[in-house]
Design a protein around this ligand. Sequence first.
Ligand code: GTP
Ligand code: SPV
Ligand code: MN
Length: 616
Amino acid sequence: MPTAEFTPLVHAVADIETAAPTADTAVISWVKGIAELVKPEKIFWCDGSEAEWQLLTSEMVAAGSLIQLNKSIRPNSFLARSSADDVARVEDRTFICSTKEEDAGPTNNWCAPEEMIAKLEPLFNGAMQGRTLYVIPFAMGPVGGAITQYGLQITDSPYAVLNMHIMARVTPDVLREIEAGKQWVRTVHSVGAPLAPGEADSTWPCNSEKYICHFPETLEVWSFGSGYGGNALLSKKCFALRIASVMGRNEGWLAEHMLLIKVTNTDTNKTYNVAAAFPSACGKTNLAMLHPTIPGWKVETLGDDIVWLRQGEDGRVYAINPEHGFFGVAPGTGEETNPTAMETMWGNTIFTNVALTDDGDVWWEGKTAETPAHLIDWQGKDWTPDSGRVAAHPNSRFTVAAIQAPTIAAEYTTAPSGVPLDAILFGGRRATNVPLVAKAYDWQHGVFIGATISSEKTAAQEGNVGELRRDPFAMLPFCGYNMADYWSHWLEMGAKLGEHAPQIFQVNWFRKDADGRFLWPGFGENSRVIDWILRAVSGEVAGVEKANGIVPAPGELNLDGLEISDTDLEQLFAVDKDSWLAECEMTEEYFAQFGDKLPAQLGAELQNLRSRLQTA
Ligand code: GTP
Ligand code: SPV
Ligand code: MN
């Protein structure tokens, strides 16, 4: 490997004016100011190159903070093990620091900017002592694209740098865009673990005190104490959702927690683009890589987590995936459930908190039908099937470039300004009540469906798994402003789009019977639902009107070759009047917290639902 010839751009803090790879005074004074505060040993300007990857991975392997996997099984791939108290996003430590509290709204933790700055200053003061300060220039979307945005991340975590290489477009071209006057987002990250001279580093430095702070008015993110996922890869949830949602409100577009697929009817060659919002760990990556089990459809991947939407000149909505890679949930991902993901991570992949096999590969629950007899678990301990604990952490993840997906759509690279959107799906993890699929009566009803999503909590956030919570638009932890204002923004978008507005559907793959068994086989079989949705979009099927929306009429859902009993099918679509009315009651209470900000249209939709239930 040509590591030896690569000389990274590294310099002392004092040399920034002469050594920085840009003359942009805003960039230089920003990096300089932060360096003076955090006091690193040196500054390292990242360029996203292969050589930089080689250098940082070999340094981390030498330091014991990455394990190189067996090169003949999984080339250029690595395993990282986090600290046991740093395994997921920390929602109770995540803050929106808008000047006015009402701009953050009741669903966010709010803190006044000056108050938060006063808390952060002492924490960041000297936070990078003994460490390298990396500056990562990154683009969200293809450089030059109509929907693309730019950012810089400062971090003291080489693990974050390597993940950013995969998750965002890291390139010095971003500095050229900034020099040319493009808007950019300033993000700062520290694991919060300064090193005294001669002090040995831990393999996963972090701090028990954590702060993930967003300043939407100045387009800044400050993250302290965690090295994991959305807490540390600031391009992702912090920028592309929390900050971008505010940019979108101000500039008339949308930043959403959605996957994006291109679906082709192989009989007619007609293509459709579909976006879907599901809460964390509720099936976005899986649907993004769907393998249809029924003939007539081809599904290609455009994105698995974040979508930015903008109205195009022709009046339609155009969508891009601003990211460059997937940070996917490992457990449950296997040849049976998601062969595409398995193929995607053939190499060049970072795994975090999965188990290590005796031959130097990775394993997690659900990867193979057979469980290995011996593993090293995610915490580095010996593990056997009778250990009585999981081998991989439930929120263990793989980080891999999107272009490695065999299903990646050509438009991922050929359509830098997005694809026109035909349908939007809202879903969640609901054991009861919510049917397999329903079409919204119209945009306003669709916004009501999105606003009232509830879902059982998963391992993607700290807290109690399984607890039911409201997660409007799957954006509860990611909306950077008042949720009610966000709903108004969606309603305004609908009014602007008029007849061009995509149709909205609700889906639920997770309904269970009384014994806790999934009623629907899910995964590839979800193609049957996509088939009905797209035939509804093209007007081939009409469905039947139910209280909750328009559901497939008998015979419309393609069940060829599927073994499903009539009772299961009936239960999948059952709308129990009493439990729905009880749910309306809870929705009313939920809406009440937004006071005057709640758009009147959503109150009206709640009344419409109640009267449809009463007359059903
Ligand atoms: P984030 O990356 O956290 O935003 O998650 P995600 O929405 O991309 O979820 P992902 O596709 O990774 O799925 C999370 C879990 O749900 C995995 O364990 C999957 O195996 C499981 N899952 C996904 N689709 C289905 C489905 O159709 N049915 C069932 N029963 N489980 C599913
Ligand atoms: C999610 O929790 O929705 C994720 C993982 O996609 S993280 O990047 O940690 O937010
Ligand atoms: Mn996500």
